[in-house]
Design a protein around this ligand. Structure first.
Ligand SMILES: Cc1cc2nc3c(=O)[nH]c(=O)nc-3n(C[C@H](O)[C@H](O)[C@H](O)COP(=O)(O)OP(=O)(O)OC[C@H]3O[C@@H](n4cnc5c(N)ncnc54)[C@H](O)[C@@H]3O)c2cc1C
Length: 283
């Protein structure tokens, strides 16, 4: 039988994790955790339940920076005008994630710490060059989101650490978008997804960032796609080249949700779909 401790702050939670080591595990919304337990995973001997922690539940845009607390729910992100303005790709991902019940329970921190290749918050944060803030018993540290995510279910989080917030710069004029492909529009695990961020200067794409989700052990940033689009207007020929580069960047597998071949083809298509979603004319 597992014990449950319910700390009132992140620092209390960290002290509990430090005291009990590998025997303790944090739980936030529980949506991934309970799914895993239902599938037969062994529970830890101690849960550190974050539901009474009041910190980490706000979204702030201040002095050119966006900070989202780890305990912010997807429903709160979906309803946030500040997030829609600062990082539309993440706002879009939050709006199509799960069902109302899952969005209400599921947190940003849980999505990132679960480190699923299909985690929908991840590609938008990768194209925002986001940093994750970890608090441990010896202090806090910042890691780029790509250094944090090591593989399916694996992160650089130490056993005594909590993810407390996510940070990224808000650069004026930057637009971003997120697209995912699944068997249905909603209530589905993503087969392939993409996020893109850029500035558009008189029709020319600048600071292009492009990432693919659910087609590799972790999110894939596609520098070749970025280089093909950077400094250019999106002509049909250039977009076709970028589509080939996107398909080549994917490292998909065959699984119950899709074939690798379908996922690779979709990754090509996602470049044009993304530009269209950003309101850019391909000519
Ligand atoms: C029916 C259903 C539909 C879903 N649909 C989607 C979807 O469309 N898109 C999508 O991306 N996901 C989806 N999910 C997955 C899940 O809801 C999300 O990943 C959610 O964000 C997890 O957050 P949580 O707070 O519930 O995590 P929890 O289950 O509480 O925790 C998940 C993991 O993260 C760790 N953890 C949690 N918070 C912290 C923290 N602050 N610091 C350190 N470690 C922490 C826990 O120890 C655990 O290992 C779905 C799940 C279900 C059951």
């Amino acid at each position: 039988m597992s014990r449950i401790l319910r700390p009132a702050s992140f620092s209390q939670a960290v002290a509990m994790l430090a005291e009990h080591g590998q025997a303790a595990r944090p739980i936030a919304g529980g949506t991934d955790t309970l799914t895993r337990l239902n599938a037969g995973a062994a529970p830890p001997s101690l849960w550190v339940d974050l539901s009474a922690v009041r910190q980490g539940r706000d979204i702030r845009v201040q002095d050119g920076a966006l900070r989202i607390g780890a305990l912010v729910s997807f429903q709160d992100m979906a309803g946030s005008a500040a997030l829609a303005a600062a990082l539309p790709a993440l706002h879009q991902a939050a709006n199509i994630m799960g069902s109302l019940q899952i969005r209400t329970r599921g947190t940003l921190g849980g999505n990132l710490c679960n480190a699923s290749p299909a985690g929908d918050a991840i590609p938008p944060l990768v194209v925002a060059d986001a940093l994750v803030e970890l608090l441990g018993s010896t202090g806090s540290r910042m890691l780029s989101i790509q250094d944090f995510l090591l593989g399916p279910g694996q992160t650089a989080r130490r056993p005594d650490e909590l993810l407390v917030a996510v940070h990224c710069a808000v650069v004026p004029g930057t637009v971003s978008a997120f697209v995912r492909v699944g068997a249905r529009a909603h209530h589905v695990i993503t087969k392939a997804s993409a996020a893109m961020a850029c500035r558009v200067d008189r029709g020319i794409l600048r600071d292009v960032r492009f990432a693919l989700g659910s087609v590799g052990p972790t999110v894939i940033r596609a520098p070749r796609v970025e280089a093909l689009l950077e400094g250019h207007t999106p002509t049909a020929q250039r977009v076709a080249q970028a589509a080939l580069a996107s398909a080549a960047a994917a490292r998909p597998i065959d699984d119950v949700r899709s074939t690798a071949a379908y996922r690779r083809e979709v990754c090509g298509e996602l470049v044009g779909i993304m530009l269209e979603k950003l309101g850019l004319q391909v000519g």
